[in-house]
Structures are given as C-alpha cells and as structure tokens.
Design a protein around this ligand. Structure first.
Ligand SMILES: *Cc1c(COP(=O)(O)O)cnc(C)c1O
Length: 451
C-alpha cells in the first residue's frame, strides 16, 4: 500500500491521464442518480480483499463522476458555480501528493509563506493595513464563524459584566451568519434594508442604539455587512456602516464570500469603498477567484486578537505557544489543516494579477449582456439591475412549479443548470456568472428554452 511498485506506477499513469483528460475537455454537465440507481450500478466497493485501483478508478470514471454535476460547466449558473483555472487545479494534484501540513510554520513554513503572499494580495486590494493577516479555511461558513468568535472574544474582554451577546446583520445576510449565531448561542438582531435592499450606516446606527437603550443587559458584539449578497449580488453601504462601528467600537465583519473577489476588477472596485474599515473579512477563492474547492480567505485587521481567541493549548502544543512564528492553525476553528490556499497561490503567481482582473471583468460583462437580453424580452423581467455578476429575473405568469419543471428539463436535456431561487417570497431565476468561459451564446441557449 505504501510502496511505489509496478502497480502503483500503472495506476499513477491512469489517474494522471484521467485528470488531464478532465481538464482538457469540456466537461458534460451530468447530473445526480438516485440512491437506488447507484446501489444497482455500483454496489459495494469496500471488501476485505480490495477490488484493485484500476477497477475502482473505472467505477469512478464510468458511474460516480457522471453522477456529479460539473460545477465548472459554462452553463452551470446556479448557486455560486466554480471555475478553477487549469493551473490551480493542476497544482491541487501536487498539494494532494505532497502530504503538506499547513497548520504550523515549523512543519509547513514554505507552504505557509506562499499562502500568506496570496493573502497579502487580498489585503492590499482591500486597502487594509499590511499588518493584517489570516488564514485559508474550508469555506465562508467556517470563515464567518471564526471571525465572529474572535469578535466576541474581544467584546468579552471589554465588557466583562455582559453575558448576553447579540450579532447584528440584515435579512439578506447569508444563511451561515444565522448558523454562526446558533452555534455561538447568541441573539440575532436583524436590521432593515433600504429600498435598494442595502444595509446602511444610519439604519444600523438607529437600530443598534435603540436596542442598547431598551436592553441594558445585552450588547451587540459585531455587525456583519455583506459585500455581494448571494441571491442578488447587492453590496451593503460598507463605508457608513464602518463609520458607525468605529465610533461605537463594535467589531465590523464583512462577508464577501462571493463578491469581494471583484476588488480586483477596476470597473466595480469603487463599490467596495469602506471595506478597509473592517476588523475582519472573508472572500472565497473557490467562488469567484478561480480556485478549486475548498478555500476561504479569512483576514483580520489585528490577527493577534484572533490568535488569542483561537489558539489551542495543550502540553503537546506548547512549543507552538512559545514561538513568534506564524501558525495558521491559530486563527480559526481548526488544528490540522490542508494547505488549501496553495492552488490559488500557484495560479496567481503563474498568471499574474492582471489576468485575474481581466477574467473577472469578462464575467461582469457577460452578466451585463445577459441582463440586456432579458430586458429585451417581453416575457421576462429583471428583479433588480444586475449586480456584480448576478442576474436575477422572472418569467411573467410563472409559478414555482413552472420554474421547477423548466429547471428539471434544462438539466435533463444537459443544456444548463439553473435552479429557481426565492426573493421576497416570490420564485425567481438567477444566473451567477463566475466562469470566464460562459459566453453570451450560452446565456442565449438557456433563455431560448424559456420561450
Ligand atoms: C457562499 C457564501 C457563504 C458561505 O460560504 P461557503 O464557502 O459555502 O461556506 C457565506 N457568505 C456569502 C455571502 C456567500 O455567498
């Protein structure tokens, strides 16, 4: 099992060949099979003797892989798709083959150094102080939770008499914020949006100030603004919210899992004015920065606070406690960690940042073109003007079942993957465009099926 023998040599070739084939060719969209179908087609794979690498790989290639939707398909426009660059995907193979440990400087200095350069690029784009720092975690959900745990840690130190903590966010905040509040057992204060569906500094100020007056025993420990909502791509008023948080000394967290990637696009960078005021932010390179799953960049303005909140302590870890070296494990809820920022770093180093800006602008242009096409049709209506690279729209007269049937047929016919969403209680369709290979012809092909 651990010797690189003849069989391993053969298997290596087949696995590399398959990986190269997958990267070279447009993937089919594919789609899920039922549990029953998979049981019939695959049966049991785990046996006492083992079935051998070749047979196992065949099962994966022939049945399991086609039973997974290709999230990098140019007409996969649901949720937030994935569009890793070729080089980032290739380097993921290297990360896997190298048993790198990304938790500590002692064990992974080289990997950590490289990851931190990628983080430094993001810190620079966000105009945060150079002393900012952080870590790549599994996803936005863990990133948000880790940042908020650091925020409460800090608040507890400032207000030792308080034990009822409150997290402020908006109705359009991502579901992971509610989940973080539940995990942390804190109350959620939902702040109303303006007509443009944005959270504003004045609304945040009046809601929180009134709340504190009415609830002297409770305290808001963090405000979460969203820089690109998942459903509509809307960016909250980052600057005015930042000013309020600074004045009232409340931790300011910006959830930019999807949207903050666009900081590298000149045409929209100004929309993120005020991002530099945050105490922490997240952005997922696996969403719109062309990296493979899974990688969320979690960045703190004062990493020392996060370290105090998160570093695990034990006799067998004491040597890490006594060092000044940078140990990524200390900055989130984790210990062992894959050096999951490396595929992103490799691609960024390979292609340079300009290629990122250009690829990003391309997806934004396609989103604008898609919105224009939708406006030109009488049977379709935009929900809002397109934001970043999300286009949300309705087909007039359709109900939820109509949308679902259409969506099912679209996948069955392998034309595209677009699932309905809900906005203010009404079913809608939305395109999330993060793949520079998605063309206006792809959009047209999907819209044509709505006739
Ligand atoms: C996707 C998303 C998240 C969650 O990120 P995961 O990587 O899926 O855990 C959080 N916030 C926003 C705004 C998102 O779009």
């Amino acid at each position: 099992m651990h010797n690189f023998d003849k069989q391993a040599e053969q298997l290596a070739k087949e696995i590399v060949d398959y990986s190269v084939w997958r990267l070279k060719n447009d993937p089919p969209l594919d789609g899920p099979l039922s549990l029953g179908e998979l049981k019939t087609l695959v049966g049991e794979t785990i046996t006492e003797q083992g079935i051998g690498g070749e047979a196992t790989l065949e099962i994966f290639k022939d049945v399991l892989a086609p039973a997974c939707i290709s999230t990098d398909h140019p007409r996969y426009l649901s949720f937030i798709p994935s569009a890793p660059s070729i080089s980032s995907n290739l380097f993921d193979l290297v990360v896997g083959a190298s048993s790198l440990y990304g938790g500590s400087w002692l064990e992974g200095a080289g990997a950590v150094y490289a990851e931190n350069q990628a983080l430094a690029w993001l810190i620079d784009l966000a105009n945060m102080p150079q002393t900012s720092g952080g870590v790549f975690v599994q996803g936005g959900t863990v990133g948000n939770l880790s940042a908020l745990v650091a925020a409460r840690y800090q608040a507890r130190k400032k207000y030792p008499e308080i034990n009822k903590w409150v997290l402020a966010c908006s109705a359009e905040s991502h579901s992971s914020i509610k989940s973080a509040a539940a995990v942390m057992d804190v109350e959620l204060l939902e702040i109303e949006l303006n007509e443009e569906l944005k959270l504003t500094g004045s609304q945040v100020a009046s809601t929180i100030d009134n709340f504190h007056v009415a609830n002297q025993d409770k305290r808001v420990f963090a405000v979460v603004a969203t820089a690109g909502t998942t459903n509509l791509g809307i960016i909250d008023e980052l600057k005015s919210i930042g000013e309020y948080c600074r004045n009232s000394q409340i931790w300011y967290h910006i959830d930019g899992a999807y949207g903050l990637a666009a900081l590298c696009a000149e045409s929209v960078k100004h929309l993120f004015d005020g991002v530099e005021m945050c105490d922490s932010l997240i952005v997922d390179p696996h969403k719109w920065l062309f990296a493979p799953f899974d990688a969320c960049a979690l960045i703190y303005k004062e990493p020392a606070i996060a370290r105090a909140a998160h570093a695990q302590k034990a006799g067998y870890l004491e040597l890490f406690e006594e060092t000044d070296e940078f140990n990524p494990s200390d900055y989130a809820i984790q210990l062992t960690r894959r050096a999951r920022g490396l595929p992103f770093w490799f691609s960024l180093a390979t292609h340079g940042t300009r290629a990122y800006s250009q690829a990003m602008e391309k997806t934004i242009e396609i989103a604008h073109a898609a919105a224009k096409l939708i406006k030109s049709r009488k049977d379709l209506e935009l929900v809002v003007e397109s934001n970043l690279s999300i286009v949300a729209f309705k087909k007039l007269g359709w109900n939820k079942a109509d949308y679902q049937q259409w969506s099912d047929r679209l996948l069955e016919s392998q034309i595209g993957f677009v699932v309905p969403s809900i906005h203010q209680g009404e079913p809608i369709l939305r395109f999330a465009i993060v793949n520079p290979l998605t063309s206006i012809a792809d959009i047209k092909a999907i819209l044509d099926t709505l006739d």
